[in-house]
Design a protein around this ligand. Sequence first.
Ligand SMILES: Cc1ncc(C[n+]2csc(CCOP(=O)(O)OP(=O)(O)O)c2C)c(N)n1
Length: 594
Amino acid sequence: MAQDNQLQAVNHGGAQAVAAARAHGARTIFTLSGGHIFPVYDGAVKADPPMPILDVRHEQTAVFAAEATARLTRSPGFAVLTAGPGVTNGVSAITTAHFNGSSVVVLAGRAPDYRWGSGSLQEFDHPGLLGPITKRAWTEHHAAGVGPAVSEAFRLACARHRGPVFLDVALEALFGTPDPGSDNAPASRSGSAAAGGVPPSMIVESSMRQAQQTLHDKAGPAADSAAGGDPDSGSLARIAQLLAQSARPVLVLGSDVWLDGAQTAARAAAEELQLPVITNGQGRGILPAGHPLLVTRARSVAFGEADLVIVVGTPLDFRLGYGEYGGKNGTPAAQVVHVADAPSQLAAHRELAAAAAGDLSVCFDGLTSAADQIGLNRPWTRDWLPRLTDARRSAEAADADLLASDADPIHPMRIYGELAKLLDPDAVVIGDGGDFVSYAGKYIEPRQPGCWLDPGPFGCLGTGLGYAIAARVCRPSAQVVLLLGDGAAGFSLMDVDTLVRHRLPVVMICGNNGIWGLEKHPMRALYGYDVAAELQPQCRYDQVAAALGGAGELITRPDQIGPALRRAFDSGVPYLVNIATDPQIAYPRSTTGI
Ligand SMILES: Cc1ncc(C[n+]2csc(CCOP(=O)(O)OP(=O)(O)O)c2C)c(N)n1
């Protein structure tokens, strides 16, 4: 803890960075320490009020936590990483934010310019590496430029189509104080720079570093940042026309519907038009579990027999069969409409019957009004919707036995049967794993939007503890449940320590089948044998949680699951329920995602 006599206001680059981040809605710094970023901490501690610093045990956790913050609160997440390995450790999480369209700013330290090229500690030119996975990646070299650069990073991260932005700051600029006489002066030779232990001789302009900046800074903000506006009304009228000709439409609601704040407009449009709805990613919960139009459980019939599929706010990727619909049971191929928050997100790999891009609330409202003008008579409510509702009910009925299964070893579905009984409507459920989490995606149907977090299309294992940390911080009074495969657990379990140190109670449920299930079963199916797919059977991950200051228990019988989950929810500490499940059981999937 800083001493009071050190808490006078500061104006170095780190303080400017914190002020700019706060002005854009950042509330917490997720980080792991390194000397290159001390001024940001100093700025956070001395800000009024101080900005909370949440320090973790691996940089991936810091960025995953920032990413989950953006996805849960729809205000930007902020991660601060030290130079070199701090940044490279964050790369998978930054890429995940890129795929998920999450507004994340990653601010990094950087070796000093005055020694650039001489091989100082952790010297690495990050933007070249980060450029392809961010909206922009660049370096700030001047103390006076840090505040404006951080501000620009946040502006860009939050503009449609959202995504991560990377900025690193040369050591002397972060420790330095702007020269009051100049708008864009090099770092001052006095004050905080000296206090930070940085020799004045470091403050050297070099033409070489200017050249580096030009080389690695992309051509400025991505084109989309200008495209935050309304969709073209002609496109919406065309979509309404397609609906008027359709007998079997389906509406798909994806993550960007939630991230763009369009969940209310989406639900109103679905209800007004009486469209059967399938949700994915963070679109889940926009129509709550049990809503009569929600037919996610009937997706195979819905996608197989639809004549028109309108996909909003998510790419036409492997999760959505690449946008190929219809053609089952004698039906022709379906027409496909893609609606996105920005033109860059519209599918280019498949022919579209219509497309629209822009503010998604405006898209939904505009579609409803265009349909009103045509005088749509919604013929699908007669046969198609009831057919999908029946298919949904049959799928639900077929699951009932396994959700209550008494099988020993435990069937993973029994865990979801027990968990569903205990979840509050606003519970945040997070999945990190293979087969174990595929079951969750199917059987945990959110009752509100913004309550489900999976890794998204990049499919990166290891999101778990970072997402859980953020969920607990962002939703202090909600249940937070982290579902972990035992393989996935290994990527981030050390951050139970972070939950403990920061007093963040989370219920962790480990589906422990002793294997990398989603790899072992497919490899056996392809080759007749498998390698590199075994883990320790019944490894005591609960004892790992306990050793780190949390608590937990191992469960081996199905009747123990419910009581153990209740103990976990009641405990008020990070609690890992380690459930030994049957390794023979593979999630019944119809595609590999490839
Ligand atoms: C970082 C990363 N490494 C490897 C993979 C490949 N992968 C996908 S699922 C999976 C198995 C996950 O096993 P586990 O978490 O134990 O869940 P299970 O499938 O056994 O339920 C692996 C290794 C990945 N998606 N991400």
